[in-house]
Ligand binder design. Structure first.
Ligand code: C2O
Ligand code: CU
Ligand code: CU
Length: 499
């Protein structure tokens, strides 16, 4: 990002840089050691405390389209938290676009109209599709123009999603409302007879900074460092909502669609969260856990059982405090959505023991290993504010291809956050990968990283991760980046070319 863009995005005008002696000395004092841990500096880097609502508004469920979707990015009104605010949407009246739901093997045909006053595009996060349909940051659609996204869905059942990806403006456009779900179904999944219809609940969890008239997006320098977070936690576009449930199993399809906030999901009654799937679809076997740490861009497919609860019982999906989240994450617990038991039913569902066929790829089949060091805070002088977040010492450059890979190669990519003091959810376009190992920090794989496919993986401070990636035959240039969208827009993104 150019310095002028950075200043614009941080809301710091040139006047405030030049006139504000304190800003200059703050910048001069920036270095890796004292910025995050040092005494008393706060330019908005402390987390905005979450304000819970009263869980009295109904959880909205995005409408579903099964083919030929039309999405029109636009400034629109949205009713959030009881106020009619202005936001961005892919359809009139409300943030979040429709859920696009297709069977594997079908062709997606999505017309996109850009009615914003700025460039935009759509990236299909989690979809393995050709580079020219992927929503690369330079493949933009100008204001007033349209584009037809067309591709064959050629992958297993999974919860994917879509959001804008124009270089330098991804974070703001997504935060102001542009996002939606993309669900792929297939025969392997259908054979499991998982809870469906009203018993399959999509949950897009996002934090927003709400005013009575809109969604504020003006990150300070410190908020570019930590990522931009909001005081209001929305599920499916509504703050602190509730939904009524019956005494049976439900399938929750959860996306963390936040720019930066990581959630440590748990149920308030300490009941199990039974993980059955992740970014890339169903796991081999279910795994019952009490907490799921879900980073921006990650998805979790979870069964919860309300059987045995009496009418009137309230159970919250909440986020609990967690350790090693860096300077701004995991410091507060809060409730996200209320489930209110209103109906007693009998439920014959039992959790399948085997969910899907999954074969772990042994590290030995990889043809090579590439190493990526996550670097932060390369400010040499107070005025050099670009690219504070880098990979291998490099910021995103549209004119530079960073890695060249042969089609159908299987490679190990190792990401190293051992020197870092902030979390980085790393996301690769165009592929799904398996996670081989995590060393440092948590020192192990999570339940959703074992025996499943991922496209986004979280590195907390001190952690190193090894991924094994079968690259497809898709050719072209794809990006990979940190999915903390402030980091991504700050340049923590590189390009790989598949030949
Ligand atoms: Cu969901 Cu390149 O991102
Ligand atoms: Cu993506
Ligand atoms: Cu990051």
């Amino acid at each position: 990002m150019k310095r002028s863009e950075f200043i614009k995005n941080t809301g710091l005008g040139a006047g405030s840089i030049l006139a504000g002696g304190s800003v200059l000395s703050f910048l001069a004092a920036c270095n890796k050691n004292n910025m995050m841990n040092g005494g008393g500096m706060n330019m908005g880097g402390q987390p905005v405390p979450v304000t819970e609502g009263n869980f009295s508004r109904l959880l909205p469920i995005p409408s579903v389209v099964t083919n030929n979707a039309s999405l029109a990015a636009q400034a629109t009104a949205a009713n959030v938290n009881g106020s009619n605010i202005s936001a961005l949407g892919y359809q009139p009246n409300g943030i979040l676009g429709p859920t696009i739901r297709l069977n594997s093997g079908n062709v997606a045909n999505i017309s996109f109209q850009n009615n914003l006053s700025e460039k935009s595009n759509i990236h299909w996060h989690g979809l393995k599709i050709p580079a020219n349909m992927d929503g690369h940051p330079e493949a933009i659609i100008n204001p007033g123009s349209s584009f037809n996204y067309q591709f064959t869905v050629n992958q297993r059942a999974a919860l994917c999603w879509y959001h804008p990806h124009p270089n330098g403006a991804t974070a703001r456009q997504a935060f102001q409302g542009l996002a939606g779900l993309f669900i792929i179904n297939d025969a392997e999944e259908a054979a499991l007879n998982l809870p469906s219809g009203n018993y399959e609940i999509p949950l897009v969890i996002q934090d927003k900074r709400l005013t009575s008239t809109g969604i504020t997006y003006n990150p300070s320098i410190m908020e570019v460092m930590t990522g931009y977070m909001g005081e209001s936690i929305l599920a499916n576009g509504e703050a602190s909502p509730f939904t009524e449930v019956a005494t049976r199993f439900y399938r929750l399809r959860i996306l963390n669609g936040s720019n930066a906030r990581i959630y440590n999901l748990a149920l308030s009654n300490n009941a199990d969260l039974i993980i059955i799937g992740n970014d890339g679809g169903l796991l081999k076997n279910p795994s019952a856990v009490k907490n799921i740490l879900l980073a921006p861009g990650e998805r979790s497919d979870v069964l919860v059982n309300f059987a045995g609860l009496s009418i009137g019982t309230e159970v919250f999906l909440e986020s609990r405090m967690f350790d090693h989240g860096g300077s701004a994450q995991g410091k507060q617990g809060f409730k996200i959505i209320k489930f209110k038991v209103t109906q007693t039913v009998s439920d014959g569902f039992t959790v399948p023991v085997i969910l899907s066929s999954f074969t772990a790829i042994p590290a030995s089949v990889a043809s090579r290993t590439r190493d990526f060091v996550l670097n932060v805070m390369q400010m040499n002088s107070g005025m050099n504010m670009t690219g504070m977040h880098q990979i291998n010492g490099k910021s995103y450059d549209k004119n530079r291809v960073d890695e060249t890979i042969s089609a159908n190669a299987t490679e190990i990519w190792a990401f190293d956050n051992s020197q870092g003091d902030e979390p980085h959810p790393i996301h690769l376009h165009g592929v799904h990968f398996q996670v081989l190992e995590r060393t440092g920090g948590r020192g192990q794989l999570t339940a959703s990283e074992k025996s499943g496919w991922k496209d986004t993986v979280l590195l907390l401070p001190q952690e190193k991760i090894k991924l094994i990636i079968p690259f497809a035959t898709l050719s072209g240039v794809f990006v990979f980046h940190c999915h903390n969208l402030e980091h991504e827009d700050d340049g923590m993104m590189l390009q790989y070319q598949l030949n």
